[in-house]
Ligand binder design. Structure first.
Ligand SMILES: NC(=O)c1ccc[n+]([C@@H]2O[C@H](COP(=O)([O-])OP(=O)(O)OC[C@H]3O[C@@H](n4cnc5c(N)ncnc54)[C@H](O)[C@@H]3O)[C@@H](O)[C@H]2O)c1
Ligand SMILES: [Zn+2]
Length: 354
């Protein structure tokens, strides 16, 4: 797995990742090194990190509670205070060791502390390896509204070490797998087929690599999401609204990010079939791939109404319009599609009947 080197950051894999980290730490004169973990990554991932890193001696560990509901500004305040109490200065480094919550929130804390200190992402979930840790989007939720507060800022480097996944549960692996399927849908029929036919979540190093390459390529072409980067939002406009709706409803068990966007991708594939010429057989293939792996969620009419009311908070909104990314075919996305309002209910009706 070849390293990905760009002008602003690099992505390294496996043992090369630790070697490059050690080289970076010895060449860069950081005043202090902090590592951000949650209770799970402290237990399962920090030991492997410490075994392989030479920069561990004076490192200070900052710990937060795991879970999306802690991805908020209150947690940031605790960390800004913690950094300040431990005399972090502008030459300090924050290493984010964890899933997407840690890399999003840690990236934001680092980007804003004293107007920005360096950070490194070491993703430890499949989702954060193939998606959250690459691309520079950092931030936190505002109440139940996802990722409303944040900045785009690149880490010094991203270290992708699939060995960390050994302790991750199947549901979490499947959540990351949804993002990988998205990469296939927006970029490559061949990759989609490889993923669809894959049977073992624990033997996917080369597929992880392929996803990082796809994500990285798209981000580099359009770092600030003016154009083609929007394709990464396939399944996310409705998927995020579904995720937010379940997050704010105490009677509903919340969905993992990948579970929510799996639903979003079915709904948006239906819209693609109606509006942008996605062939019927490809719609059926997409829907059956996701329902086979992810099952189905039973939506009440109230749920659907709530999801649709949340759509207007989507960050991709501009001038009151919601712009969707749809597909012309598997591997061929179209951006900036406006959807007639009645079609959302139709899409949910299609999902319900699957
Ligand atoms: N910035 C982006 O471009 C981007 C892209 C996609 C998703 N995201 C964000 O990522 C977040 C979701 O990330 P996630 O799915 O990684 O969730 P997460 O960070 O909540 O991690 C999931 C769970 O796994 C635990 N965990 C992490 N690594 C582990 C390991 N190796 N072994 C055992 N347990 C481990 C965590 O403690 C947590 O309980 C969302 O907030 C989403 O908005 C951001
Ligand atoms: Zn996502």
């Amino acid at each position: 797995m070849k390293s990905i080197i760009t002008s602003s950051y690099s992505v390294y894999f496996n043992q090369t990742a630790f070697n490059e980290l050690n080289r970076h730490l010895s060449e860069t004169n950081y005043s202090k090194v902090f590592i951000l973990v949650d209770e799970n990554t402290k237990k399962h991932c920090l030991p492997l990190y410490l075994q392989n890193s030479k920069g561990g001696k004076d490192m200070k560990v900052l710990e937060i509670l795991s879970g999306e509901r802690h991805k908020n500004i209150a947690t940031c305040t605790t960390l800004w205070q913690g950094l300040s109490d431990l005399d972090a200065d502008r030459k300090s480094l924050l290493i984010n060791l964890g899933g997407g919550v840690i890399t999003d929130l840690g990236g934001f804390v680092a980007s804003t502390f004293k107007r920005g200190i360096a950070f490194i992402n070491i993703p430890t979930t499949l989702l954060s390896m193939v998606d959250a840790s690459v691309g520079g989007k950092t931030g936190v939720d505002l109440g139940s509204l996802k990722n409303q507060i944040g900045v785009i800022n690149q880490p010094e480097m991203v270290l992708v070490v699939p060995h960390f996944l050994k302790t991750l549960g199947q549901l979490q692996l499947r959540s990351g797998y949804a993002e990988m399927l998205k990469h296939g849908l927006i970029q490559s029929r061949h990759y989609w087929d490889q993923l669809r036919l894959m049977t073992d979540y624990n033997a996917m190093d080369s597929l992880i690599y392929e996803s990082v390459v796809i994500k990285n390529k798209i981000v580099l072409e359009d770092p600030t999401e003016q154009n083609m980067r929007k394709i990464l939002n396939f399944g996310h406009t409705l998927g995020h609204a579904v995720e937010s709706s379940f997050l704010e409803n105490p009677e509903r068990a919340s969905l993992l990010h990948g579970e929510a966007i799996a639903i979003g991708m079915i709904l948006e594939a239906y819209l693609s079939y109606k509006l942008t010429g996605l062939p019927k057989n490809e719609l059926v293939e997409i829907a059956s791939t996701f329902t086979k792996r992810f099952g189905k969620v039973a939506f009440t009419d109230g749920d659907v109404a709530n999801v649709l009311s949340l759509l207007k908070f989507d960050k991709k909104n501009s001038h009151g319009n919601i712009n969707f990314v749809l597909l012309e075919s598997i591997g061929k996305p179209v951006i900036d599609v406006k959807i007639p309002a009645h079609m959302f209910n139709e899409a949910f009706a299609y999902y319900k009947e699957l």
